[in-house]
Ligand binder design. Structure first.
Ligand SMILES: NC(=O)c1ccc[n+]([C@@H]2O[C@H](COP(=O)([O-])OP(=O)(O)OC[C@H]3O[C@@H](n4cnc5c(N)ncnc54)[C@H](O)[C@@H]3O)[C@@H](O)[C@H]2O)c1
Length: 321
């Protein structure tokens, strides 16, 4: 029987767990968190989906973690992730790791972790989920091989510190290009406190460009008024508008003689997605999420950009999660 571990069973960790409750085959699940209260909430959440949690072990004792793990999901906050990964790999043989974003908020942690994964033969992925959503897979297919001229995200309460990484990742997934430069001069001054205690948030605009000159804009409009989260993609193949709030998209494509095609779509919650990712990892040896190595550049440029915005002398760290 396959063994899956979740380390960090808070908001997102418990949603990963709920998805595991949907798996059609039996797995042994270990849920580790430093907080007993959190484990109790995670247990309740599992039971909401599946009344039989006989195969789930909830523990605050790390020594009870299994020595052979098929998939580990590391859903702690960013500050503890490096230590948790090292602790896990010191004691257990792990095949696949799913890492929450921001994977780390210290640039110095990426290279040693990459080397550790290579040494221990771990395939690691970052949980940037838009590329696992059907709507973005379809858009990527439609725009494959076509240059993206402009990619714009706007909305309010995007929370750039926490979420810009998702849009950089989506841009790279659709354009198949690497982001080489970020311009942060249009960020709003200063920072705010994140809803996750001890972490920082940023609003305003981030501009970016890719190695073939595609332009990227993520605009977190700092307004009290609720605004839909929208994405506009202008490409050689045509223009696509995605409204993530309304879950609608308009496609005006050259191949369709610019006729407007309207589609509605579903965005799967984490609690409906991790089971699919797990099934793919176990059956195919890979999944739709972003390979860790491919995500390093985006993490680094974001950490550096926010550190620069804060006027820090040390640009290798920034308290985002
Ligand atoms: N991919 C996504 O779309 C997405 C969505 C939400 C959150 N996240 C990310 O997931 C991470 C967690 O966010 P959250 O909202 O679940 O936070 P949270 O605070 O609710 O959960 C974090 C959990 O980790 C536990 N923890 C901390 N240090 C630990 C350690 N050393 N060992 C074991 N457990 C430890 C805490 O007790 C807590 O229960 C953040 O980095 C966040 O940005 C990603």
């Amino acid at each position: 029987m396959k063994t899956i571990c979740i380390i960090g069973a808070g908001q997102i960790g418990s949603r990963h767990l709920q998805a595991l409750a949907l798996l059609k085959f039996k797995v042994k699940i270990f849920v580790f968190d430093v907080s007993n209260d959190t484990l109790q909430i995670a247990k309740q959440r599992y039971l909401e989906i599946n009344q039989d949690d006989g195969m789930v072990e909830y523990t605050t004792d790390f020594s009870l973690m299994p020595k052979q793990v098929d998939i580990a999901i590391i859903a702690t906050d960013a500050n503890s992730r490096y230590e948790v990964i090292n602790r896990l790999l010191e004691s257990s043989k792990v095949k696949y790791i799913i890492l929450e974003k921001m994977v780390f908020n210290d640039i110095n942690c990426f290279e040693p972790t990459l080397q550790l994964f290579k040494k221990m033969k771990v395939s690691a992925y970052v949980n940037c989920t838009r590329r696992a959503q059907a709507i973005y897979q379809e858009i990527a297919k439609l725009l494959k091989g076509k240059k993206i001229l402009f990619f714009e995200v706007h909305g309010n309460s995007i929370n750039l510190g926490c979420n810009a990484i998702h849009y950089l990742d989506l841009f790279e997934f659709i354009s198949e290009q690497k982001i080489v430069d970020l311009n942060i001069q249009f960020l709003n001054q200063g920072f705010s406190q994140s809803k996750r205690k001890g972490y920082l948030e940023f609003s305003g605009a981030i501009l970016g460009c890719s190695n073939n000159g595609s332009q990227l804009l993520i605009n977190d409009i700092d307004s009290q008024e609720e605004r839909d989260a929208e994405i506009k993609i202008i490409s050689e193949a045509g223009t696509i508008f995605v409204n993530e709030t309304k879950k609608t998209a308009e496609l005006l494509l050259k191949d369709n003689k610019w006729a407007k095609r309207e589609v509605t779509f579903e965005i799967k919650f984490q609690s409906q997605l991790t089971d699919i990712v797990v099934e793919h990892l176990l059956s195919e040896g890979s999944c739709e999420l972003t390979p860790f190595e491919d995500s390093i550049n985006n993490h680094k440029i974001l950490i550096e950009a926010f550190a620069e915005h804060l006027g820090q002398a040390d640009k290798s760290k920034c308290l985002i999660t």
